[in-house]
Structure formats: structure tokens, C-alpha cells
Ligand binder design. Structure first.
Ligand code: DX5
Ligand code: ZN
Length: 226
């Protein structure tokens, strides 16, 4: 059975911020599907990235959807501003939301796609009541906060669990994998059931980022025998 083509989302966190326009133009020209934008507040995660002015500047030049990953506490306070700054998808962390159902509906009311991310220690089973109402589940395959970390192998099992949790209840759910994704694990991730591959270090540390993106996009799990 053929499946929908997976998506590739380069993580701008690993870009050269002094030459951000060049990296945006590179992603525009590449086979990438989305821009993955990491917002970190120094509270939910032990790092601070960037905020609205940088996101709005990226949005001004980006020609592909902006997938905004909020690693912040109290995301409800800011989702409207993220929409106004150009977000197309807004993903909040399960661990940061006391009223996750309300937050997801608030994102959808802004006409954004809504995502929920879970940290490596958070079990997929906790998504039981939310899996029907989200567009994207982002499985963190590193502890969030930094690019360039080592992929956590338990992610494969979580992808399979999530696919079966969503089966028949949300068949259009996109399973996104974020952290330590490279050409070494991409095929196995897609075979396990991933739909979106986020990649920061693998793309931006490559000699030729356009080729690195094409490599991730060009993988065809259907053609490889299981
Ligand atoms: C980590 C971020 C990721 C990160 C991925 O907290 O959410 O999006 O930029 O970077 P790599 O692919 O280098 O692990
Ligand atoms: Zn991310």
C-alpha cells in the first residue's frame, strides 16, 4: 500500500543568524516542505532562542509554511501573537499546558494547524484524549533545548504506539520527529510511521544543505522491503 509522501522541515535554530536571509532563501529553493521554528523561553527549556521580531522577519521571506514549535510555559498567552507574526502550524508542549484541549481549540480558532509535542519521558498513552483533535503530534527524540543532540532510540517504539493510538480516530494525523534526525535514521523513522522529519544540525552542518534536504526528502520507504 502506498502512503502519503513524508515532509521535511529544516530547523532554523541551526541557521547562521548573521546571514539568516541566505538560509531562508536556501530553504525556499530546496525540497523542504516547512520551516521549523524553535521558540525557547529559558523556563520550559534551559535555553533562549528568539521571539516575534525574528519570526516575523522569517515570515516575510519564507515561501513555505512556518511550523512553530513553542518550548515555552503558558503558551496560551502568546499564540495570537505567533499567528500574527506568521505561524501556520503552532505546536505546544503537553508538559506546558494545564488545559491542553482549550489551547488546541484556541490555536484552531486562529486558523492555524494545531500540534502537541511530548518530551522523551512523556508516554504516548497520555495523548489518548487529545489525538483526535490535533493535526500534528511532535515526538521529541532529544530532550528539547538544543540542536545537535543524540537521537533517542526509544522514539521508534513511540511512533508505532502513536500510529496505533490514532488509527481509525485521526488517520490524517501527522507524526513529526524532532531531534537528532539524519540520513542514518530517517528511513527507519519513516518505516516506523513518521510523516514529518525535522532536521537542524544534519542540514546546516552539511557541506551542501540543499543536498542534505534532498537526501531526506528523497527517501522512499515503500521501495525498500520491510
Ligand atoms: C530541539 C529543537 C529541535 C532542534 C533539532 O529542542 O526542538 O527542533 O533544532 O535540531 P537537530 O536536528 O540538530 O537535533
Ligand atoms: Zn523543534
Amino acid at each position: 500500500m502506498s502512503r502519503r509522501k513524508h515532509l521535511v522541515a529544516p530547523s532554523v535554530l541551526s541557521a547562521d543568524f548573521a546571514h539568516l536571509y541566505d538560509d531562508i532563501a536556501m530553504i525556499n529553493q530546496s525540497d523542504a516542505d516547512w520551516f521549523h521554528i524553535d521558540i525557547m523561553d529559558g523556563v520550559f527549556v534551559p535555553n533562549i532562542s528568539f521571539g516575534f521580531p525574528v519570526l516575523a522577519s522569517i515570515a516575510h521571506y519564507a515561501r513555505k509554511p512556518l511550523d512553530v514549535h513553542l518550548m515555552i510555559v503558558e503558551p496560551d498567552k502568546y499564540i495570537k501573537q505567533f499567528k500574527e507574526a506568521g505561524a501556520d502550524n503552532i505546536t505546544v508542549h503537553f508538559e506546558a499546558c494545564t488545559h491542553l484541549n482549550r489551547t488546541i481549540h484556541a490555536i484552531k480558532e486562529l486558523d492555524c494547524n494545531a500540534g502537541v509535542a511530548i518530551n522523551p519521558h512523556t508516554p504516548v498513552s497520555l495523548l489518548h484524549e487529545i489525538v483526535e483533535v490535533v493535526d500534528v503530534v511532535c515526538l521529541m527524540s532529544v530532550n528539547p533545548g538544543f540542536g545537535g543532540q543524540k537521537f533517542i532510540e526509544g522514539t521508534y517504539r513511540k511512533i508505532k504506539e502513536l500510529r496505533s493510538l490514532a488509527a481509525g480516530r485521526n488517520d490524517s494525523l501527522l507524526i513529526e520527529i524532532d531531534g537528532g534526525v539524519s540520513s542514518h535514521n530517517a528511513l527507519a523513522l519513516l518505516k516506523a510511521g513518521a510523516d514529518v522529519l525535522v532536521a537542524g544540525n544534519f542540514v546546516f552542518a552539511a557541506k551542501n544543505p540543499i543536498h542534505a534536504i534532498a537526501e531526506l526528502k528523497g527517501i522512499t520507504p515503500d521501495l525498500v522491503s520491510a
